[in-house]
Design a protein around this ligand. Structure first.
Ligand code: PHE
Length: 468
């Protein structure tokens, strides 16, 4: 069994610590900031349905595969996959599955830290009472003004990265576990309160209609790809995170059960976020296609008018920062683990170097939102307009790298690794194993390939040639 290898970075103290950390990695800005706005941009219900299907049919099986790879390999993602490829007497080129995840999470963190910085700034704004008795329009204006000040955005993202570096630099046990222990449950409760408030004070039925009545005429192939990519993003898949967290997982923990649990919590948080936001969107005549500012221009409206709004609002943004922070930790961890393993760097030095370089790359995002001339342009990628560097990095990672990374992982675990080994690691019932194996060998690869063929127009061409 996997006990044969040991991680040089330490181990989780048990099942619960892993669940907390992995849930902390999964739940973050992806659920609360990104899911609501991309759902809005892609027409609502049909997008949500595709997203949910992707979570169940692709996300959970891939998550199980990644945790399995990590626990068996016990190293940073690239080296874990490499070791397992050697064990299967196959080409070590498969390690690309691990490396691409490392690069993806590095790139994601460059914009993630900037957006987490917005949330941090909003803690102060809300606590100061900036939203009390202010119109929805003025709240929108405040957000625009916030984005227009690149120096402040740079400072906020620096704070986020600094704290991330500090916690990660202190090592697996001391840093990571402590940080996630009490944050997740509090966030969940607070989001519940917000959802109840919005549902009872906003246009609830319109929101439910928008989120849960699929209208497929509003869904483009890019929308399908984004739903697929977001399923990966929100579960922290194909980004090294679940592999590296799996590497610290004790051998006796059930991978299947914990993966399902993490996916459930993650999905519940995203749905709650939608229910907290959309009743306000419709009540105040805002547009669902508002874009990345959506939560920052809707939730403050509620905080400005609800009882104890300043208190709830401040708490909400505090929790959001923490949720972002536990995800940021997961994103930086694989790069750091690799620098420590292979480059022999001291953990703190490795983390600081990673954090510093991320801050610099994050300037692309800062200036995208500040609408600097050099950071904005017009591109058209398979029918999707891309207008700044933030959107480039976001599309490159979520829409391209994560689904393709997931594809390679699925093929590796399903077709390259020996059946006996995956059985041994998963240690689950024959039925669950059979479903997982089918999903990972057939369903995931075929689904991802079809979406990409459709995206680049090849599928349509084939169908036309076949006369369908
Ligand atoms: N899952 C995180 C979120 O939804 C983002 C993330 C991606 C975290 C990749 C780790 C790795 O916010």
């Amino acid at each position: 069994m996997s006990g044969a290898r040991e991680s040089v970075h330490g181990m989780w103290s048990g099942r619960f610590a892993f669940i907390l950390a992995a849930t902390g990695a999964a739940v973050g800005l992806g659920n609360i900031w990104k899911f609501p706005y991309i759902m809005g941009e892609n027409g609502g219900g049909a997008f949500v349905l595709v997203y949910l299907l992707c979570i169940v049919l692709i996300g959970i099986p891939v998550m199980m595969s990644e945790v399995l790879i990590g626990r068996r390999g016990r190293q940073s993602p690239g080296l874990s996959v490499k070791t397992l490829a050697q064990e299967a007497s196959s080409s070590t080129r498969w390690q690309i599955a691990g490396w691409s995840g490392l690069v993806a999470s590095y790139l994601i963190l460059s914009f993630y830290a900037v957006v987490a910085g917005w949330a941090l700034a909003y803690v102060i704004k809300t606590a100061r009472g900036d939203f009390q008795g202010v119109t929805a329009e003025a709240i929108g204006g405040q957000f625009d003004a916030h984005l227009a000040n690149p120096w402040a955005l740079m400072a906020w993202s620096a704070v986020i990265l600094f704290v991330t570096v500090y916690v990660v630099g202190r090592g697996v046990h001391k840093g990571l576990e402590k940080a996630v222990n009490f944050l997740m449950p509090s966030l969940f409760v607070l989001l519940g309160i917000m959802a109840i408030y919005s549902a009872s004070n906003g246009a609830f039925s319109e929101a439910v209609q928008f989120m849960f009545t699929p209208d497929f005429s509003k869904l483009t192939i890019n929308g399908v790809l984004l739903a697929l990519g977001h399923a990966f993003f929100t579960l922290s898949l194909a980004s090294g995170a679940m592999i590296i967290y799996g590497a610290y997982l004790p051998s006796n923990v059930s991978i299947a059960k914990t993966s399902v649990l993490i996916a459930l919590v993650d999905t519940a948080v995203a749905m709650l976020a939608g229910i907290a936001i959309y009743p306000l969107v419709f009540q105040y005549g805002l547009t669902p296609a508002e874009g990345p500012g959506l939560i920052f221009v809707t939730l403050p409206i509620a905080f400005g008018s609800m009882p104890f709004g300043t208190f709830f609002g401040t708490m909400f943004f505090v929790m959001l920062v923490f949720a972002a922070f536990t995800s940021a930790i997961a994103m930086i961890e694989s790069t750091v683990a690799w620098l420590v393993e292979r480059k022999g760097l001291n953990r703190l030095v490795a983390t600081a170097a990673t954090g510093g370089s991320l801050w610099l790359i994050g300037l692309l995002t800062v200036f995208s939102f500040a609408k600097a001339d050099w950071a904005t342009f017009e591109l058209n990628v398979f029918g999707k307009p891309i207008t700044n560097f933030f959107e480039v990095v976001d599309y490159l990672t979520s829409a391209i790298m994560l689904p393709l990374g997931g594809l390679v992982i699925a093929i590796f675990v399903g077709w390259v690794m020996k059946r006996k080994i995956t059985e041994e690691e998963l240690q689950t019932s024959a039925a669950v194993y059979a479903i997982w194996r089918f999903a990972i060998r057939w369903f995931t690869p075929i689904a991802v390939i079809i979406v990409f063929l459709h995206l680049i127009g090849v599928l349509d061409l084939l169908l036309r040639l076949l006369g369908v």
